[in-house]
Design a protein around this ligand. Sequence first.
Ligand SMILES: Nc1nc2c(ncn2[C@@H]2O[C@H](COP(=O)(O)OP(=O)(O)O)[C@@H](O)[C@H]2O)c(=O)[nH]1
Ligand SMILES: [Mg+2]
Ligand SMILES: [Zn+2]
Length: 274
Amino acid sequence: MKGQIVKISSDLHFVNSEDKVYPCKCRGLFRKEHIIPVVGDYVLFSSDKKIIEEIIPRKNLFQRPKVSNIDQAFLVTSLKLPDFSLNLLDKFIVLMEINNVEPIICITKSDLVDESELDKINDILDYYRKLDYKVVFNTELDEIKKLLKNKTSVFTGQTGAGKSTLLNRLNPNWNLEVGEVSVALGRGRHTTRVVELFELFDGKVMDTPGFSSLELSAYSKEQIRDAFREFKKYPCLYKDCMHTKESECVVKKEVNDNNILESRYINYLNFIGE
Ligand SMILES: Nc1nc2c(ncn2[C@@H]2O[C@H](COP(=O)(O)OP(=O)(O)O)[C@@H](O)[C@H]2O)c(=O)[nH]1
Ligand SMILES: [Mg+2]
Ligand SMILES: [Zn+2]
């Protein structure tokens, strides 16, 4: 049978398959071959013997928290407290693009900015919408519920952005602590907390506070370049152009002509310089 690991507790792997959960152990071979299953893994298993036979190749794998096969990430981004940061937003988008996770921009605290500021921000968000990124506000619960359907999702973003608040609104049973600092980093009193995938509105959601804004230094400049969707819309004359110093670079021209958002280009230069 095929299933997905939703929780791991010492040597028990809880495999969800067709709305049932089977506590399974791994084939002995796994240890010998250093195969380590993680939450999110799709597996082939025997429901009688309760043994995981095989891990289906992963779409992606994260280390902190250790999870795999994430389909989409809600990038929870506040407009105030903490301030709206396009640098951080672009950084999260790059991370998700490189890891084959669909980014969904989720705006919070729009109630804390005035009308004219919100207009300006909406103009910027329109640029992202045109790149085919979905944008939702944390007040649009029905829209968010629809997006969760049939997907494995994670909510991530800066501390204080409103992740726990939103998750509690989506599922009041969770009762995640609001206003808590740095729970995602595996330090402090939450170190032992297990990662678990929960069914929510026909999808699966991780009940952890998500990934921290990891450094991009683990990735190559080419990977970072290719994570900027708009650069592909304007193919450069130079095949392997990094869009930095080349004098006839098409991307640079589009930045000058305001077809590429300047902050995106500046963040790109910043990320490849890191
Ligand atoms: N005004 C306002 N406050 C919010 C909103 N969302 C969350 N908060 C507050 O922001 C603070 C941090 O929220 P929390 O959910 O703990 O953020 P997390 O660190 O991302 O999990 C809390 O005091 C929340 O009540 C919002 O949309 N508007
Ligand atoms: Mg939180
Ligand atoms: Zn170029």
